[in-house]
Design a binder for this molecule. Sequence first.
Ligand code: C5P
Length: 235
Amino acid sequence: MQKLEQLYEGKAKKVFMTEDPDVVIVDYKDDATAFNGEKKGTIVGKGVINNRMTNYIFRMLEEEGIPTHYVEELSDRETAVKKVEIVPLEVIVRNVAAGSFAQKLGIEEGRKLLAPTLEFSYKDDALGDPMINDYYAIAIGAATREEIDKITEYTFKINEVLSKFFAEAGIELIDFKIEFGRFHDQIILADEVSPDTCRLWDIKTREKLDKDRFRRDMGNVEDAYQEVFRRIGIK
Ligand code: C5P
């Protein structure tokens, strides 16, 4: 598969066309941003980890019946994926209070929630990705009721599969963000699942092993990403 012209460059990835109109190549960068692009930096080796970890997880989710955009890993940083139209929603699941949830509700970080939550943010950098609900999403044409229901069903199933998967590696899945796309009228999982998009804590010590180390200037960012990669044992 050949990389043709660049279609798009995002904060963490570049996307290239291929000779197949249904397939694009994603190229993962080491660039890191936080707070809607206000904080910028580099996490050395992150592109390789996020690419290989996402692919491993997407293959696992496919086996569990979740359709994804994954086609083929081409190199440490490059993957062929189905060309989707991204549904402009960030879908966030929380198992434990942290981040904006803990802040907004005045709950201490680390409190286990009585049930997993699901929330949507409207993907719009200029607006700072405002939180919306399903009625807003339908009202502004971001998704249909059928799409929202499918996304909700897939998302809770993904949470179950991933929580178990990380727990087996001694990691607690605190929360995560995923995105979906439309591929020939089918809703499929797109984008990535990585320490950039998940909060991952050591199950015993509750040490943070994710992008919060970068967001909060905690140091040892690269080591934390490597530790997650090592623990999940991707060959
Ligand atoms: O900041 P907040 O607590 O709302 O983040 C919830 C989860 O969503 C975290 O795992 C965070 O890494 C992820 N997230 C993301 N991209 C964003 C916003 C949040 O991956 N733009």
